[in-house]
Design a protein around this ligand. Structure first.
Ligand SMILES: Cc1cc2nc3c(=O)[nH]c(=O)nc-3n(C[C@H](O)[C@H](O)[C@H](O)COP(=O)(O)OP(=O)(O)OC[C@H]3O[C@@H](n4cnc5c(N)ncnc54)[C@H](O)[C@@H]3O)c2cc1C
Length: 434
């Protein structure tokens, strides 16, 4: 075997790539990760799902993550921007939720821990190496790559896992990317000190504040720093002719919930933006290549599922590749099953995301009634229960049916996004949490 030959080349050392690499290296495979950046590097996507915890245990990386001192996340809170309504999901209280908590992370540190763990598990992880192109044939895949000094190489593997994130290397190469027509969003975000968080364990919650057609996230990522971001329509941002910081401040001032949380906040670093993040690739497989995580697709960060989907699909890809190497075939039938499963998992969240932007969904979501254990089903989804079986599936279908029904015949009071009178606002904001 040539020294440039591998069982698997993984393009990208984010959470998806590192996880797939660790599973494969632990199964004794010869794994190469090509990562174009030098870690630690900034990345957005800081709120994890409790089901991530299961993967951390399987990867053997949980002790390193616990030692990093990240804030604990035991729940998620959703507010209307004017403070007139809110709800909190506590994962351990959900009867279908099998993982009660996780951590919120600063991605620079978290991704570095995962990459180092993949390396110590036996993967050859090369930082500063950019994959340029893949060329598949019947027996394997050639990957053209460039190292940090600009020297190019032709590397070969039996299989390639594309974990290049939104750079979407092989999907773009094959023209597979489909942008969601109705979710053309822009995110404006930064790290802040001094954000008002709740006392006690609720202080680690993700806090989502929903305005009429935009929303804020608040995610504590370390003892000092909190990530705060605004997601809005790209066209609205362009039409406003404001800078990202001006738009962020304008809508922060518009919402009493955000004003209260941010009244002593100080920006640490700069305000950043990102756009065009809601898309999927028509195919997730082809020519001994499997696409995982954001390189398979991504849709809106509202439910914080991106990192979990990346690690989960990384695990499935590693299983498929391990079996195909053992059988000595091209894995085509297994690849098809992988694609079906990953698409179904992603579709699950996409359905939630598409509904999230409708008012009837928010009306039922923010005013949960304990009917048919629907809040428990939603709790499980928010925790990362992707494949919860029929028990969960019928409840979610029923929930979406109720949303439709409620559109015509109200089941709960309608939402009011308009600013409240001063007294009403302070009454709601001072209400104690469950
Ligand atoms: C505004 C916003 C907020 C978000 N918030 C959350 C959140 O709260 N929680 C959550 O779970 N998710 C969130 N996400 C999604 C999350 O960021 C991603 O889903 C997640 O990072 C996907 O992981 P990945 O490993 O697939 O890709 P990435 O984490 O993007 O990793 C891909 C890696 O590939 C490398 N790479 C790219 N091209 C090449 C190449 N040609 N050669 C070599 N290396 C390459 C990159 O440098 C990168 O390190 C958010 C996304 C956005 C846009």
């Amino acid at each position: 075997m040539n020294t440039n030959d591998f069982d698997v080349i993984i393009i990208g050392g984010g959470p998806g790539g590192s996880s797939a690499a660790t599973y494969l290296a632990r199964a004794g495979k010869r794994v190469l990760i090509l990562e174009k950046e030098i870690f630690p590097r900034f990345h957005i996507g800081e709120s994890l799902l409790p089901y991530n915890q299961k993967i951390f245990r399987e990867l053997g990386v949980l002790p390193a993550i616990q030692a990093a001192g990240f804030p604990r996340k035991v729940g998620a809170q959703f507010f209307l921007g004017n403070g007139s309504m809110s709800t909190r999901f506590v994962f351990r209280k959900g009867k279908f939720t099998r993982e009660p908590e996780v951590v919120q992370v600063e991605r620079a540190k978290f991704d570095h821990i995962l990459l180092k763990h993949a390396r110590s598990s036996g993967a050859d992880a090369r930082e500063g190496w950019t994959a340029l192109k893949t060329i598949s044939d019947a027996d394997g895949v050639n990957v053209e790559a460039r190292d940090g000094e600009g020297k190019t190489y032709s590397l070969r593997a039996r299989f390639v896992i594309d974990a290049s994130g939104r750079a979407n290397l092989t999907g773009n190469q094959e023209g597979l990317r489909v942008v969601h027509p109705r979710l053309k969003k822009l995110a404006v975000f930064g790290h802040f000190t001094g954000v008002a968080l709740d006392a006690g364990e609720a202080g680690g919650d993700t806090v989502i504040t929903r305005l009429e057609n935009k929303w804020f996230w608040i995610i504590p990522v370390s003892q000092e720093k909190t990530s705060v971001g605004l997601v809005l329509d790209k066209d609205e941002f362009a039409a406003s002719k404001l800078t990202p910081a001006e738009v962020f401040n304008q809508w922060k001032e518009f919402s009493p919930v955000m004003q209260q949380r941010m009244c002593n906040a100080q920006l640490s670093g700069e305000i950043k933006t990102t756009t065009d993040f809601s898309y999927f690739n028509r195919r997730l497989i082809g020519g001994r290549v499997l696409r995982i995580g954001d390189a398979a697709g991504f849709m809106d960060p509202i439910f914080s599922a991106g990192v979990y989907l990346a690690m989960w699909s990384g695990k499935l890809a590693a299983e498929v590749v391990t079996k195909s190497l053992a059988k000595g075939d091209d894995g085509s039938r297994r690849f098809l099953k992988f694609e079906k499963r990953v698409k179904a998992g992603m579709h699950f969240y996409w359905q939630m995301v598409e509904h999230y932007y409708t008012k009837p969904f928010m009306e039922l979501f923010l005013q949960p009634r304990n009917h048919a254990s629907l809040p428990d089903a939603v709790n499980a989804v928010l925790a990362g229960e992707l494949e919860g079986g029929w028990n969960l599936r019928w409840r979610l279908r029923y929930f979406f049916f109720l949303v439709k029904f409620h559109t015509r015949r109200p089941l709960v009071p309608r939402l009011n996004f308009a600013p409240l009178r001063r007294q009403e606002t302070s009454d709601v904001l001072s209400t104690e949490k469950v």
